[in-house]
Design a binder for this molecule. Structure first.
Ligand code: UD1
Length: 379
């Protein structure tokens, strides 16, 4: 059977890259998205314009397809706490709708690959230097107010040390976005058999690269910092900037989706898609300041954005052995390409003041008198 892959949410940052990757592998692609087709893809893919929550466009999109890559979702921890209903509608209901439609129709779909998220690991895996494995941890508000950012051991109160998180680590949803991503996974596994499909989940770590929005103050931190530095706006840094993330380049992520589609015998499995390396925001800022020659100094807010994890890094053994996948793009090269592309694309400065105002109004910041720093940074 000639492969014909449906990508839901295919016009987004990750979706466009996954589409290009599948096309390069000679696979026929159809996209279901609420937007019009972008000019660079219009002639190469089939396009169904519509919302995943609506029956007609979803059925039209699924008609004749052999596999689905399910990317259609609202994203971001900050925004999810401000718009919980929208996040549950699109992410949870959208996934139920996809599986329910497959269950009720005669289809040819073999596999559904879901874009999951590392946000389901909460704070991720830690060990205590004295007591060993810490299990799932939560950061205590009384410590966060004292600017003690590291999670501590519940037994001896020493600061814990972050370790790469494997897929077997117990999932815990510490914010609305994480709840919706965990629900998506659960629904996919629960309804897979009835729907007659093989479920595969890729838990994406912090994806970055050219094409990520430069005008959305709630997008990934690398895009935000790049945008700020090119526009000479001071980047705002939550906590102290020493929190670490596992940044993975979007083209490598696209290749992981291709492998998740192509690899036989992986139905029912979940894979971390990250680099396996942690980099602090301060390190990222240093590299980006060099690449952009941006002069604006970052403002360290010493404020906690509710729902944020401290350090999360992928254990990548399973994706290497199961998918034969490991990322190819070193951080320096990925950031360089991101900055070069951003220089061409950037139009309007980010409104960080508005974003901070929204977070504050909705009680998403653990307040400790950083308002002065914020207003200074946007002066
Ligand atoms: C990100 C994605 C999420 C995805 C996850 C794993 C976004 C918005 N979030 O979550 O959808 O599931 O990776 O792929 O793309 N920060 C600042 N200043 C800013 C913005 C962020 O200091 O202006 C900090 C945050 O407080 C956090 C870190 O940067 O400590 C990373 O934040 P963010 O880029 O939003 O990513 P995640 O929340 O890790």
């Amino acid at each position: 059977m000639q492969p014909h892959v449906l990508i839901t949410g295919g016009s987004g940052f990750i979706g466009r890259n996954v589409t290009r990757c599948l096309l390069q592998h000679g696979i026929r692609v159809r996209i279901l998205d609420t937007t019009e087709p972008p000019s660079d893809l219009a002639s190469e893919v089939e396009w169904v314009q519509g919302c995943i929550l609506l029956q007609k466009p979803l059925q039209a999109a699924l008609d004749g397809c052999t596999d689905v890559i399910h990317l259609a979702a609202e994203l971001g921890i900050g925004r999810s706490q401000a718009e919980p209903l929208r996040f549950f509608e699109v992410n949870v209901q959208g996934t139920v709708h996809l599986l329910d439609t497959l269950q009720k129709t005669h289809h040819r779909v073999r596999r559904v690959v879901l874009a999951g998220s590392m946000t389901v690991y909460g704070e991720g895996r830690y060990v205590c230097p004295g007591c060993g494995e810490a299990g799932p941890v939560q950061r205590r508000p009384d410590r966060l107010v004292q600017k003690q950012w590291e999670p501590c051991c519940t037994r001896c109160e020493r600061d814990l040390v972050s370790r790469p998180t494997p897929e077997t680590f117990p999932a815990q949803a510490a914010n609305i976005y994480a709840h919706t991503k965990l629900s998506q996974e659960g629904i996919l596994h629960l309804l897979a058999e009835q729907a007659g499909i093989e479920p595969v989940v890729l838990r994406l770590f912090n994806v970055y690269g050219p094409g990520q929005s430069l005008e959305n103050a709630y997008t990934g931190v690398i895009a935000i910092f790049t945008s700020c530095l090119l526009m000479e706006i001071a980047p705002l840094v939550f906590e102290d900037g020493n929190q670490r993330r596992d940044f993975v380049f979007v083209e490598d992520v696209s290749e992981a989706f291709y492998r998740a589609w192509a690899t036989p015998g992986i139905g029912g499995r979940t894979f971390n898609i990250g680099s396996g390396e942690g980099h602090s925001l301060n390190e990222i800022l240093g590299l980006l300041r060099g690449l952009t020659a941006g002069r604006a100094s970052p403002r360290i807010l010493y404020q906690y954005r509710k729902g944020d994890a401290r350090h999360v890094v992928a254990c990548t053994e399973n994706s290497l052995s199961g998918l034969g996948w490991s990322p190819r793009t070193p951080l320096g090269e990925g950031l360089g390409r991101t900055v070069r592309s951003a220089r061409e694309d950037i139009r309007t400065p980010l409104n960080l003041e508005k974003m901070m105002g929204e977070l504050r109004r909705r009680g998403i910041l653990l307040e400790q008198g950083a308002s002065a720093a914020v207003s200074r940074s946007n002066a």
